[in-house]
Design a protein around this ligand. Structure first.
Ligand code: NAG
Ligand code: NAG
Ligand code: NAG
Ligand code: NAG
Ligand code: ZN
Length: 280
């Protein structure tokens, strides 16, 4: 029963705190502010990498194994470019929030009043024969190496921008594949250094982030794969429209070493393509 209650709280937590690593959040110093539920949840993370047999841990993780639209999946350059569903980054503006480490890598949550997402940076999902939907960016986090594979290859890292609808249900993830290159990435240059280490539960408050810098660095997200998928961490909740950029975001070698240096292995194994409607 306790487990069940915790799971229920965790589900709400994922909705309000807007990250797909539902059961593990660092402690918060102020429980009455925007992320309070996350704090009350405490340290209940009961799964870890690189084991992916998550239903073995809790019956509530069964969807990780029986789901029909699980993420990540393998993608290929030979797949056509979807023109039917498009993310439009019309309100991807600068906003403030807190930086932390989700215990596998750098993560960030934008501030918002509890239950009110309307002031967050947002984008519109436009689709032919599909109602357009505005979704709000609650935060982002890093996985190392990348979770999605392209033609069988993982990049050094992948960033997930998590979006919810007005009622707080997670609806869309913008995935950006990241690789070490030659020059500093402006998106990563805006983060205060040193980055928080994976075992450090501190948060750094009042950080302003311009999420559009990342979008610009992948050529305004002109080319992408899209499919119906899930959280890549327990409880593997489905109902997310995924967008993965075909252009890679390049950091400098030094930046990538900083990113990798504060993270741990955090890529789920590739899921079989089933009812994902890739680029449909
Ligand atoms: C916690 O945050 C709330 C809302 O922002 C504020 O009113 C309150 O004074 C804060 N409490 C502490 C102890 O900082
Ligand atoms: C699949 O897992 C989910 C989540 O635990 C569960 O609610 C559902 O009943 C399972 N479906 C089947 C057919 O076992
Ligand atoms: C919230 O949005 C989801 C997805 O659109 C929908 O399935 C759900 O019924 C909504 N919940 C409420 C309480 O409006
Ligand atoms: C944890 O991170 C905070 C914020 O960056 C930093 O001030 C603090 O020194 C770190 N603690 C340890 C033990 O490294
Ligand atoms: Zn993720």
């Amino acid at each position: 029963m306790l487990t069940h209650t915790l799971f229920f709280l965790a589900t709400i937590t994922s909705v309000l705190s807007c990250i797909d690593h539902t059961n593990y959040f660092p402690p918060q110093h102020n429980h009455s502010n925007h992320l309070s539920i996350r704090a009350e949840e405490g340290d209940t993370k009961d799964w870890s990498y690189p084991s992916f047999n998550w239903p073995e841990i809790r019956v509530e993780y069964a969807l990780c194994h029986n789901g029909t639209q699980q993420s990540p999946i393998g993608l290929s350059h030979s797949q056509g470019h979807s023109k039917k569903i498009t993310p439009v980054f019309d309100r991807y503006k600068k906003a403030k929030g807190e930086l932390y480490n989700w215990n596998h890598g750098v993560a960030f949550n934008f501030y918002h009043p509890e239950g009110d997402f309307s002031g967050l940076p947002s984008m519109e999902i436009q689709g032919q024969g599909r109602a357009t939907e505005r979704v709000f960016l609650t935060g982002w986090h890093m996985h190392t190496p990348s979770e999605h594979m392209v033609d069988g290859v993982r990049t050094h890292a992948e960033m997930h921008f998590v979006h919810v609808n007005t009622n707080g249900t997670a609806r869309a993830v913008i995935g950006v594949l990241i690789q070490a290159g030659t020059f500093d990435s402006p998106f990563f240059a805006q983060l205060p250094k040193p980055l928080i280490y994976f075992s450090n539960d501190s948060t750094v408050q009042n950080i302003e982030i311009d999420p559009y810098l990342a979008i610009r660095e992948v050529k305004d997200y002109a080319k992408f794969w899209t499919y119906k998928g899930s959280y890549t961490t327990p409880p593997c909740t489905q109902g997310l429209q995924w967008f993965v950029s075909r252009d890679i975001l390049y950091t400098s070698v030094r930046q990538m070493q900083e990113i990798l240096g504060v993270g741990t292995y955090s890529a789920r194994e590739i899921q079989q393509i089933w009812l994902h409607e890739v680029n449909a």
